[in-house]
Design a protein around this ligand. Structure first.
Ligand code: FAD
Ligand code: SF4
Length: 495
């Protein structure tokens, strides 16, 4: 350990952020990198606590403990504190294929499990991770490194989100020939057409895809498996197929007049606004300028809609959530080292507070109906307040009498999550699903074989709606299993 008392001498400094009033005038990333001196101090705050939890990566009680890709965090914190960025980069790349994605968008369960977080602010792990990889690109340490030998085995990956990209990277490095099929026009999955540009610049996604191409991975976009190419073709042309198709079957609001004009799924809005950045953001086909916007759904997808509507100069934006606000401090049932469920002012909310003088969030509220004008356009929402009560040992949502309200709106986004993977491609493959409609795999944890021979599954399609870092982990693990499968098959053929 390089610096013994860093955690006592330096306070936490996370990535700086651009002025909220300024940044909502453009679509650039909202964070600013720290300088060398500050970064070294942040690395030096790591206590090298002996039994670190930050890297453990386990799910417990529906919460994450530590980093799901098991990053060697204390090691690279120390290297950064000594200014040895190249070795920090090499250690980081041992466990994480795409630190430039997690360094920007990961909710950082590692920090919730940092030992320092028991009685102080955690080490700024995510900020350090992002800096290491950006320096890796700037200094040419991260560059195309194609495998020296090819095995002659061919793998098809369906879906180019973080799970598909991680699996492609790992299998390509093993020498297998990898082709990724993607139905969208650009690779990246939700990294490209879900997470908005101000959180993750699309050039960052393209930079990685281009690197994978230079290493020998083939991307075939605008191709929907099950429609443009069949299961029979894939199974005939490839030694293994991995389905990484995500979990994007929309959950809808069961309210009267749901089919009114002006009500959209959040994903359609976010994708449309990202696509418009390629030409003219003002020409997005769903545009919030001057409109009263309501986002139904209190999660991160809803928060991204809030930030997008602010950049499109909406008149006002309100976000409905059905849960109460998180407490300022951890509850007794959410102790360290679990992921802290505490109140946060994320980037979009901070922008709304600064620009409109109001936090857009409304808690414990349920949409009952939409009202429309004569032309069928939505004009308001009728709501009721709710609370969670225990009934027969279960928490149920109860409507509170006398709390009815009417909210003016001419644009509504439905952001209440996804029910599971879209079934078309799964039906096409004739796959078994589990009780929650996800792709069934052999033992549900680290065995990625599906009910079909030669066909594997990973990422949100198997795990359910999750995080980028979990998708990367699943991509790495499925690649290891497919690599073994191809090797064993090859040995059997040659014996
Ligand atoms: C709006 C939004 C914001 C988010 N923000 C964050 C965040 O800040 N941090 C975080 O950690 N996580 C975030 N998430 C979650 C995260 O993006 C996902 O958990 C992750 O992308 C899942 O990766 P995946 O590879 O399994 O699937 P996806 O990223 O969903 O990719 C699946 C891909 O498969 C393609 N596909 C599907 N069917 C076919 C077919 N038949 N043929 C060809 N291609 C097909 C799809 O077009 C898609 O590109 C967010 C999710 C959303 C919706
Ligand atoms: S990937 Fe996420 S959990 Fe892991 S070190 Fe980075 S920010 Fe932390």
């Amino acid at each position: 350990m390089g610096y013994l008392r860093g955690f006592m001498e330096f306070s936490r400094q996370d990535q700086a952020t651009r002025d909220p009033i300024e940044r909502i005038k453009d679509w650039e990333e909202y964070t600013i990198r720290l300088d060398e001196d500050e970064l070294q101090k942040q690395g030096a705050r790591c206590m090298d606590c002996g039994t670190p939890f930050c890297h453990t990566g386990v799910s417990f009680n529906q919460s994450d403990i530590g980093c799901p890709v098991n990053n060697f965090i204390p090691e690279w914190n120390e290297l950064v504190s000594e200014g040895d960025w190249q070795h920090a980069f090499e250690r980081l790349k041992e466990t994480n294929n795409f630190p430039e994605f997690t360094g920007r968008v990961c909710p950082a369960p590692c920090e919730g499990s940092c030992t320092l977080a028991i009685n102080d602010d955690p080490v700024a792990i995510k900020t350090i991770e992002n800096e290491i990889i950006e320096r890796g690109f700037e200094n040419g340490w991260e560059q195309a490194n194609p495998p020296k030998v090819r095995t002659g085995k061919h793998v098809a990956i369906v879906g180019s989100g973080p799970a598909g990209l991680a699996a492609a990277d790992q299998l390509n490095q093993q020498g297998h020939t990898v082709t990724v099929y993607e139905r969208d026009d650009r690779a990246g999955g939700l990294l490209m057409y879900g997470i908005p540009n101000m959180k993750l610049d699309k050039e960052t996604v393209e930079r990685r895809v281009e690197l994978l191409e230079a290493e020998g991975v083939t991307f075939i976009c605008n191709t929907s498996v099950g429609e443009d190419i069949t299961r029979e073709q894939l199974k005939a042309d490839y030694d293994a197929v991995i389905l990484c198709t995500g979990s994007q079957q929309h959950r809808d609001v069961p309210a009267d007049n749901r089919d009114s004009q002006g009500i959209h799924f959040a994903m359609d809005y976010l994708k449309d606004s990202t696509k418009a950045l390629e030409t003219d953001p003002n020409q997005a086909s769903i545009h919030a300028r001057g409109k009263n916007v309501i986002v139904i759904g209190g999660g991160d997808t809803g928060a991204d809609c809030v930030a997008t509507a602010l950049r499109q100069e909406c008149n006002r934006v309100v976000q409905f959530g059905k849960h109460p606000a998180n407490p300022e401090e951890r509850d007794d049932n959410n102790p360290w080292p679990l992921f802290p469920m505490t109140f946060k002012l994320n980037y979009g909310y901070e922008e709304s507070v600064e620009a409109y003088d109001e936090d857009p969030r409304q808690y414990e509220i349920l949409t009952k109906a939409f009202d429309t004008d004569e032309a069928g356009n939505v004009k308001s929402l009728r709501t009721v307040r709710v609370e969670k009560v225990e009934e027969n040992g279960r928490l149920v949502t109860k409507e509170l009498p006398g709390t009815e309200e009417v909210w003016e709106a001419d644009l509504v986004f439905v952001a209440i999550g996804f029910t599971g993977p879209e079934h078309e491609v799964l039906d096409h493959f004739g796959l078994e699903l589990d009780e929650r409609g996800r792709i069934w795999t052999v033992d549900g944890t680290n065995d990625y074989r599906t009910s079909e021979d030669h066909v594997f599954a990973a990422g949100d399609a198997r795990r359910g709606q999750s995080l980028v870092v979990w998708a990367i982990r699943e991509g790495r693990e499925v690649a290891e299993q497919v690599g073994d499968y191809l090797t064993i098959e090859r040995e059997q053929l040659t014996s």
